[in-house]
Design a protein around this ligand. Sequence first.
Ligand code: XLS
Ligand code: NI
Ligand code: NI
Length: 438
Amino acid sequence: MSTVYFPEVPEPIRYEGPDSKNPLAFRHYNPDEVVEGQSMKDLFRFAVAYWHTFRGTGSDPFGPGTAQRPWEDGTDSVEMDLKRVDVAFEFMQKLGAPFYCFHDRDVSGAGANLKETNARFDQVAAKLKEKQGETGINLLWGTANLFSHPRYMHGAATSPQAGVFAHAAAQVKKAIEVTQELGGENYVFWGGREGYFNLYNTDMQRELDHLARFMHMAADYADEIGFKGQFLFEPKPKEPTKHQYDFDVAACMNFLRINGLQDRVKMNIEANHATLAGHSMMHELEYARIQNALGSVDANTGDALLGWDTDQFPTDYYLTTQCMLVILEYGGLAPGGLNFDAKVRRESFEPIDLFHAHIGGMDAFAKGAKVAAAIRKDGVLNDFVKERYASYDDGLGAKIEAGEATFADCEAWVTEHGEPTIASGRQELLENIVNRYI
Ligand code: XLS
Ligand code: NI
Ligand code: NI
């Protein structure tokens, strides 16, 4: 393994167990350890987000980047794109992440026109493919950046200008091709600027129709070239626009259903987006799970005191336990995975901070998985829930569920039985029980 860009991490990160005080070791993530029949490696399918980890500069609206990245030469060149691929793979190999994710423009910059841009992308993709072969690290998903370039200021597929739609389509066409070439297992649509600031200037119906057309065209193109990856739709309620069309899982599922896309597209659910929508991450995951639409996870967290997408690394055991309760119930995420769509703080500007951040996130999910598996093994929550709904298992309840009961039957039941017996919800007890496992 080459040590060129991260000399402060001479060895791959290893599992040393919960008592380790080594900041460059895993305390819970043990790739070969089995949880509910799957190795942790296969259960989590951890991915590194190319944009935050290798393109993030630490800039914020009040100041420029702070990140020290000694390998960056400051040029927007294919040489720098290619060198950065080496940096990325050294990092991911040392971390032991089996996957990565990218937007087209994270890995390769733009040229003077579409043709030049795509040629540069091809050059970088060839190098990515070579490094994937060398290291065994694979592409979890690819996507296209349809929000940074000024032409996308009004949106991409939902721009009022058809030429912008065309540009976006051409970009996604290429991004799907490269994702296929690299064996990517999924392709993500996140809204970017697909939304609006003011309805005075917006034809919402047309914009939504255009977004649906765009996704159908992508699916058709995937069929045409034989791309077998799973399509994913990533909900986010706001930011950059005031109202994003992919607001939350419920809004996305509704959009997919009315547009006949529900069999083609699953959800890529991000924790910070869930909280921005006023939901818990567990709610969003569960809502997708019960509809068999849980595709993949963007693992991060927001800050309870800040109302924007801070994209912090997840370290909270309650959050990861709640995620893993749902993910284990779903049987894992494959072909999706857990992508750290998260960035180090502006104040954490050294390369080594990238390791601390990912190690912490991976450990938090491993710990959450162990806790969730123990809770599930003892059946404490499941048994309670089952019992809570037992009145629907036979008699009138079973008839209601089977669609065999009428209002008149209900009236007759009340006449015969009078007041029903109500049981306590025991929320506090259940929270205490979960604390026992944490
Ligand atoms: C932004 C999104 C973005 C998507 C990929 O908030 O999370 O990073 O995951 O375009
Ligand atoms: Ni995301
Ligand atoms: Ni996000």
